[in-house]
Design a binder for this molecule. Sequence first.
Ligand code: SF4
Ligand code: SF4
Length: 102
Amino acid sequence: MTSSEIRHREPLDIATARVPRGQVYIIPERCKGCDFCIVFCPVDILVFSTDINAKGYHFPIVAHGKEDACTHCGFCDLLCPELAIYTEDLNALEQEAEGDTD
Ligand code: SF4
Ligand code: SF4
């Protein structure tokens, strides 16, 4: 058997499986600029804004070009001491909009 003849098994749900995607929400006025969310985001999509909030802190924003890169892992939400950042599951929102509740 040649290497081109080797067959690979595909996951049974490959046609319906979706890569996790998240929509990031940031509440700038709550942020104290600790940078936990920026440092620990596993896909490095967060950076400090050049703007500052009313407390005088730079707050995170999603880096330019990485708007679609959040995996909705929830790590930023978990780590933020000020509850200033959270994400929503984009796939679930889309399924809800399509009327698919599976
Ligand atoms: S949910 Fe995860 S991937 Fe998305 S911004 Fe937060 S830490 Fe990064
Ligand atoms: S973890 Fe929270 S408080 Fe710290 S920089 Fe991120 S949003 Fe701001």
